[in-house]
Design a protein around this ligand. Sequence first.
Ligand SMILES: Nc1ncnc2c1ncn2[C@@H]1O[C@H](COP(=O)(O)OP(=O)(O)OP(=O)(O)O)[C@@H](O)[C@H]1O
Ligand SMILES: [Mg+2]
Length: 381
Amino acid sequence: MPPSAVHVPHPPYPTNVPARTTSEGNHHSEWICGCGRSLEWRKGFGILTGVPKVSRVTAVLEIAGLQKTYRSRKGTRKALDGFDMVVEAGQVHGFLGPNGSGKTTTLRTLLGLIKPNGGRMAILGKEVPRHLPETAGLVGAIVESPQFFGNFSAQDTLSLLADAGNVKRQRVTEVLELVGLRDRGKDRVKTYSLGMKQRLAVASALLKQPKLLILDEPANGLDPGGIREMRSLMRNLAESGMTVVLSSHILGEIQLICDEVTIISAGRRVAYGSVSSVLAGHGSGKTKVRLEPGVDMRAAVEMLRANGAQVTVEVDHFTVGNAGNPAQITRILAERQIYVSELTPVSADLESVFLELTGTAPVEGQNRQVDQTASVGGWGQ
Ligand SMILES: Nc1ncnc2c1ncn2[C@@H]1O[C@H](COP(=O)(O)OP(=O)(O)OP(=O)(O)O)[C@@H](O)[C@H]1O
Ligand SMILES: [Mg+2]
């Protein structure tokens, strides 16, 4: 079953969700539960009892019930609290969450850079970190800003990496072209702008022609043109069969580029699925109203305001912010012989849904601190 519906995070007890099966070569793993606490991971085609029919999908990345607690002398900090994520093949998948919600921790754990305290992860159907030696060559990643030698050029840097990874030198020229650094490839990295370093980082991740490309904040430091180029690069890569996972705070960009998203808050998944399915569960609560030409819009607006409506007037229409029942608008206006020609619910954008789900919308008069989320209703928080 594709994860099209918005997911409600599990309560603190095991909960079975529809099973899924992944396959890659001869290896098959059964994905039984979105909650790591009751997840079983079996090879072969086991028939499961007590769960709905298993559908066969190709997941390139699967994470279930991931736990990570950082420990230091100052105490402990739970960064991941049973986090789940599934990314299907050939997608551009957006990984969204406020600062400190656990995105980088997830990606670093996945790449074997830090050790989890619990949960399961698989890349291309192979459980990691156990199978990292086999999967590492299939994954290209940049996690937060990578560092390069300032005295090396991009060409030197990539050639070095290509030699180390048994990649043909010709690929260096290809990736420099792909990320738009062809004409600056011989300049020393220390003379690069932030966005150019970011492009070099993406080039290095692309060297191996990975099946899975993981980019933590790839748009960081890019100018609007660069963001647009990065967007078309991601789409082209996905069309060529690569699966791309990218974390970003630029939600408008994510909305434009991603097939599906996973939203994390305080170490837990709070929503996932296609952008449209995530948005569908969240109307903006606004209704757009257009009147017949020649009708006095001002009188209509005054009438609605007198009845408690919050109205914003635009050039040729107005929106009612608190129209719980749009029929109320037509009733009030029709009583005065004013008729509407359009009454449309205004759909939410990803940014407002993100702010609602993660409880990070600004509150007037308050300076929100990182780690601080307002409690959100209806999403299992
Ligand atoms: N090495 C560490 N030691 C202790 N705590 C850490 C460490 N790394 C991360 N954390 C904490 O884990 C939590 C998750 O951090 P993480 O870097 O994964 O967030 P993020 O979602 O990537 O945030 P951002 O959007 O700011 O990059 C934060 O509270 C952070 O302070
Ligand atoms: Mg991060």
